[in-house]
Design a protein around this ligand. Structure first.
Ligand code: IMP
Ligand code: MG
Length: 179
């Protein structure tokens, strides 16, 4: 039987209440910035789906959604730097106002790749909304326009974020205890 101290889910870094409040604030900011426009939200599978669902429900501008899947980490906890499209978008972006919705920006490599790839499809505008950002992200020139929370450099799980596909369903963001 695992004891509480064996639980790999450690300290809660962002509570369920804090997440809900910040997501509403971000949605208000996005809605104001895109007033009188129509947004295409691009969710980056799988981690961003919880954030995207909550953000999108709180937006007051007309919006559509599409998804992309990109390989980054596998089941390890360090960036491989290898980015590959596993699932591409269904819709064209030409002339559209596009907002990439990301769960977390760590090294920023994934985002850098995505921005380059999507910019080549000639959207009218292209911005990023990231729920979480880690300190390493400052090393690359891909800072998101909208950021939910800045985190310390720790591996986190919950609210969509996984470790080896587990813990996405936690309603909060917590540090993962690592051996
Ligand atoms: P980056 O390319 O290093 O910025 O990594 C971005 C991707 O790695 C995110 O979209 C996540 O899927 C994953 N990732 C980075 N840090 C964490 C973490 O602390 N927990 C879970 N997944 C993470
Ligand atoms: Mg991700």
């Amino acid at each position: 039987m695992p004891t509480p101290s064996d639980d790999p889910v450690g300290e809660i870094l962002v509570s369920e209440v804090a997440l809900a409040a910040r997501v509403r604030e971000l949605a208000a900011e996005v809605s104001a910035d895109y007033a009188d426009r129509e947004l295409v939200l691009i969710g980056v599978l799988k981690g961003a789906i919880f954030f995207l669902a909550d953000l999108m429900r709180a937006l007051t501008v007309p919006c559509e959604v599409d998804f992309m899947a990109i390989s980054s980490y596998g089941s390890a906890t360090k960036s491989s730097g290898v980015v590959r499209i596993l699932k591409d978008l269904d819709m064209p972006l030409e002339g559209r106002d596009v907002l990439i919705v990301e769960d977390i920006v760590d090294s920023g490599l994934t985002l850098q790749y995505l921005l380059r790839n999507l910019a080549a499809r000639n959207p009218a505008s292209l911005e990023v909304c990231a729920l979480l950002i880690k300190p390493g992200a400052r090393q690359v020139r891909s800072s998101p326009r909208y950021v939910g929370f800045e985190l310390p450099d720790r591996f986190v799980v919950g609210y969509g974020l996984d470790h080896a596909e587990r813990y996405r369903n936690l309603p909060f963001v917590a540090a993962l205890r690592q051996p």
